[in-house]
Design a protein around this ligand. Structure first.
Ligand SMILES: Cc1cc2nc3c(=O)[nH]c(=O)nc-3n(C[C@H](O)[C@H](O)[C@H](O)COP(=O)(O)OP(=O)(O)OC[C@H]3O[C@@H](n4cnc5c(N)ncnc54)[C@H](O)[C@@H]3O)c2cc1C
Length: 423
């Protein structure tokens, strides 16, 4: 019996894959010839990662859009692609299929704030339009045969089944959060096919820091301006304000997640880097010193109590010790000059607390992957691979990592939609 040749096979049923399935089915409806759309998913259920996004609420896009939100070797091309199916288009499509949005400060979530709903609705719509979802089908190899009378592509799975395919959409994600099925093996398969893959590394993840009091400040949250430097402290390469959180082995929070990709790259190049935390970005150091002195003037009792409204008390204890003072010092019994010098040091620490970065929390704890298939390999109008006609790439597998705020999902929706509607 002749082998069956499929029209469209999608590898990976994550955000990009489900969107590609939906848009491919939509396009097929309007075409004269009937086409089939199959999704091969390695896990036992589809879209597992979607259900974990946005702390279970799924921050699926954002009204603030700029090139800087999409990090890549070619951010201009990345942003150009996003603009072909932008956040307005996502909101419109989602609304048309029942995913109405709730907006908070430009961040969009499904109205019921359940990430699972986004996965379930997309899955159900794709299936209603004719897509066939096959789970527990892990793709282990892809062969291209230009002259074949079967499909152009043979997709080989871990159970030795083979799919002969005309059009292939690869939406296998990156290496981040492998618990959701993304082990990064697709990079190897595509490299073997001759595609340029920029070294994948974690992005949007916490960082390990060198700090002797981490156990004391575990769980402390601080609002500050967080600057990443490399080599010399003056060489600041990224700054962002927001809330940071200390943990037993390091530091996280949105500013840290957003700068982590740059720190991880610097460390991989062998550079030393660290963070400068400015807890009073709107106040000059001298002004702050004067203010600290004014607080303790005519004040009796513990130094720590007098200063306790300045900053989290666990952090204050650490900083007072580093300034040569102690939280429990009695203000009246302190040598006035020592107190003055100590408050000057404290002010300098509040304005520029420096920690060295020693590593990252790995792909297991990262939200996305930096690096991946070079955007030069694809046609930005169709997401088709220039070297392989009929093979399309979408989502995190490509060299784009978004900032926190819904940009990674926006990238998955944009590229999945474009690829699906062009097969
Ligand atoms: C905890 C967490 C929270 C996040 N929160 C947000 C957020 O709120 N907003 C946001 O924009 N982004 C968020 N992200 C990032 C976002 O989820 C991803 O960037 C996005 O899901 C990538 O979509 P994708 O379709 O390319 O890959 P994925 O969604 O990772 O899907 C890839 C799919 O391919 C399958 N697969 C992989 N290899 C194979 C193979 N060989 N054969 C068959 N199947 C395979 C996988 O099992 C998986 O289902 C978060 C990520 C994590 C981990």
């Amino acid at each position: 019996m002749a082998d069956f040749i499929h029209d469209n096979v999608i590898i990976g049923a994550g955000a990009a894959g489900l969107m590609a399935a939906y848009s491919a089915c939509k396009s097929c409806i309007s075409s004269v010839k009937k086409h089939d759309v199959i999704i091969l998913e390695g896990k036992d259920t589809v879209g597992k990662k979607i259900t974990a996004t946005g702390n279970g609420k799924c921050n699926f896009t954002n009204s603030y859009q700029a090139e800087a939100c999409y990090r890549s070797n070619d951010p201009q091309k990345a942003f150009g692609i996003v603009n072909k199916f932008d956040y307005h288009a996502v909101l419109e499509l989602f609304s048309s299929i029942g995913i109405i949005a709730r907006e908070r400060n430009g961040y969009y979530y499904p109205y019921g704030e359940q990430a699972k709903a986004v996965r379930d609705v997309l899955k159900s719509k794709a299936e209603s339009l004719g897509a066939v979802l096959v789970t527990e089908k892990r793709v282990t190899d892809i062969k291209y045969d230009k002259g074949s009378n079967k499909g152009q592509y043979t997709v080989i799975c871990s159970d030795n089944t083979k799919y002969f395919v005309h059009n292939l959409i690869i939406c296998a994600g990156g290496s981040a959060a492998p618990v959701f099925g993304t082990d990064g093996t697709m990079y190897g398969i595509l490299k073997d096919m001759g595609l340029k893959v920029i070294t994948p590394r974690p992005a949007l993840c916490g960082l390990k820091i060198d700090h002797k009091s981490l156990r004391v400040i575990d769980g402390v949250r601080l609002k500050c301006n967080c600057s990443l430097f490399t080599g010399d402290k003056k060489n600041i390469i990224y700054s962002e304000s927001g809330e940071i959180i200390f943990s037993k082995n390091g530091i996280s929070g949105i500013p840290v997640m957003n700068l982590s990709r740059f720190a991880i790259n610097e460390i991989s190049y062998g550079s030393k880097c660290g963070l400068i935390l400015d807890m009073f970005p709107e106040t000059g150091e001298n002004e702050l010193t004067d203010y600290l002195n004014s607080i303790i003037t005519d004040c009796k009792g513990k130094l720590g109590t007098a200063l306790s409204a300045i900053i989290n008390d666990k952090m204050l204890k650490v900083m007072l010790r580093e300034s040569g003072l102690d939280f429990d010092n009695d203000i009246g019994s302190l040598n006035p000059q020592n107190l003055k010098n100590g408050l000057k040091k404290l002010s300098a620490l509040l304005k520029g607390y420096t920690v060295s970065i020693t590593g990252d929390n790995g792909f297991e704890n990262a939200q996305t992957t930096q690096g991946g298939v070079d955007l030069k390999e694809i046609n930005e109008n169709t997401m088709e691979c220039k070297k392989y006609p009929g093979m399309y790439l979408a989502g995190e597998i490509l060299d784009v990592d978004g900032m926190c705020g819904g940009y990674n999902l926006q990238w998955a929706w944009s590229t999945g939609y474009i690829a699906g509607s062009n097969v």
